[in-house]
Design a binder for this molecule. Structure first.
Ligand code: CA
Length: 484
């Protein structure tokens, strides 16, 4: 601050006149020379010390990690000490959701800040088009001077966009936890790549690093679906994972037939069909997440040792949730809470103490991440973005509370019924759009948080059903009117 005050004294007319009145001409000349050099010194200082400097950004995205698999949100079995520490020193969003619960679509939403209806990615083959890339956060940040990096599962179709990043260590498709060359578990190797990138970072240029972990996604078409690093084999061996409240034959029997015969049930048979399978699958799923947590620890240590920690914001989330046997199902896709809720930890070392260690219960979405990163970088999100920045929630500035939001899942699969819906704070409306007439569900989340009692055909709920149906229609019209 002293520097700043001195600079003002020299710059202001009053300050100059005072000097001219007292000093001879030679002293005035010396003063002006000093003035010019002082301005440069103070300006350089301001860039590094008083933090008008833009923060580094790290976005960590896990795969298929459900919202409640962090110690920080009350899971007493899973071990995630490094993420828990970030949560204690940061902000946890306890009502975070994806607008589409499947890898490719949700990742496109993370990049572009858009609903699927707007970015148009509903399968694993279609790439983002050039305009979508240009409006996505990595391009915007790079164009504004950030050094950008991507590590891990790209998850979208088309050629890998290596040239759009300054540092690229991504892969297409699903990847393998254990590569044929025996070079170690994929999560650990992604951690190595992250440290390699951080080694090349300096305080002079802000960076944005996105790591998209494969964990805790299953290894598809493998007899052993959850494949953690053997170093975690001793973890959780004595734990007994409690069966989820809605993982009952009655809950399964209450589903419509197209869900009872869905891909969710096919995969349930392979993972959760009996108690031993359930314990094994969930423990391995937890081990995969603990592996990610260790990488988070390595990244935080590296930031500290390289002096970048005080200027680096870390946002941790997942692309979608995951059933662990609820309703007799596995996988995701459908609009049940287990499938659509995300973990979301936000850590900003620059936050004052009074803003740390808080929980925000406002409904926030995967489409909010991109505008958040842009706001942190001092950029205005492009008009294409549907989401809204999380920064006002974090800084306790006035933020617009969502009353509801739109869900859509239009991936074409013979055993995954396409759905749309509206998720309000209390009411959830689901519409399986391929049936004629559409099959609807209505849940009162306040009185039925496990979604065991579908009210869509209950006489007393018909007014509410009609209101939610109208809301769904309004959302469709609004999004169709603003999209391409
Ligand atoms: Ca996923």
């Amino acid at each position: 601050m002293q520097h700043f005050d001195l600079d003002v004294a020299f710059s202001s007319p009053v300050g100059r006149l005072r000097f001219i009145g007292r000093w001879p001409a030679i002293a005035l000349l010396a003063c002006l020379v000093f003035h010019a050099s002082a301005r440069n010194v103070w300006a350089a200082d301001a860039r590094t010390a008083d933090s008008p400097r833009r923060p580094n950004l790290i976005l960590l995205v896990t795969d298929d990690q459900r919202w409640d698999t962090l110690g920080a949100v009350g899971n007493r079995i899973i071990r995630t000490p490094h993420l828990d520490r970030l949560a204690r020193q940061g902000v946890v969003f306890t009502n975070a959701f994806c607008t589409t619960s499947i890898c490719a679509t949700s990742r496109a939403s993370l990049l572009t800040g858009q609903y699927a209806r707007h970015h148009g990615i509903i399968d694993f083959r279609t790439p983002l088009d050039e305009e979508a890339f240009r409006n996505a956060f990595p391009d915007r940040l790079r164009q504004s001077g950030y050094r950008t990096a991507f590590i891990g599962k790209w998850g979208l179709g088309g050629p890998l966009p290596k040239q759009r990043y300054d540092f690229w260590h991504g892969f297409s498709g699903q990847g393998r936890y254990f590569p044929k060359d025996g070079s170690g578990h994929l999560t650990h190797r992604m951690g190595d790549a992250a440290l390699q990138f951080l080694d090349t970072c300096t305080p002079e240029q802000p960076f944005c690093l996105q790591i998209s972990f494969k964990a805790a996604h299953v290894q598809d078409r493998d007899p052993h679906p959850f494949q953690p690093d053997p170093r975690y084999n001793d973890l959780y061996v004595d734990a007994v994972i409690p069966r989820p409240h809605s993982a009952t034959p009655e809950a399964f029997a209450a589903l419509p037939e197209f869900l009872r015969t869905s891909e969710g049930r096919v995969r349930w048979q392979r993972r959760f069909a009996n108690e031993a399978m359930f314990q094994q699958s969930v423990k391995d799923y937890y081990r995969l997440i603990t592996g990610v947590d260790d990488v988070v620890g390595r990244i935080v240590s590296k930031l500290q040792s390289s002096g970048l920690d005080r200027q680096t914001v870390i946002v941790f989330t997942s692309d979608n949730g995951f059933f662990l046997g609820e309703h007799g199902l596995a996988g995701k896709w459908f609009m049940y809470e287990e499938s659509i809720r995300l973990p979301l930890v936000y850590y900003d070392p620059r936050l004052p103490k009074k803003l740390r260690g808080r929980r925000v219960d406002a409904m926030v979405l995967n489409i909010d991440i991109a505008p958040t990163l842009l706001e942190l970088a001092g950029l205005t999100p492009p008009e294409t973005m549907d989401g809204q920045s999380l920064v006002p929630w974090v800084e306790q500035r006035s933020a617009r509370q969502r009353d509801d939001w739109f869900y859509e899942h239009r991936f074409k699969h013979p055993r995954i019924a396409q759905s749309e819906g509206v998720r309000g704070r209390r009411w959830k409306y689901v519409r399986y759009v391929e049936f004629d007439p559409p099959y609807e569900q209505l849940f009162d989340l306040q009185h039925d948080p496990y979604e065991l009692n579908d009210l869509a055909r209950a006489p007393q709920a018909q007014d509410r059903l009609q209101a939610m149906r109208e809301r769904w229609k309004q959302w469709c019209e609004q999004l169709d009117a603003t999209g391409k």
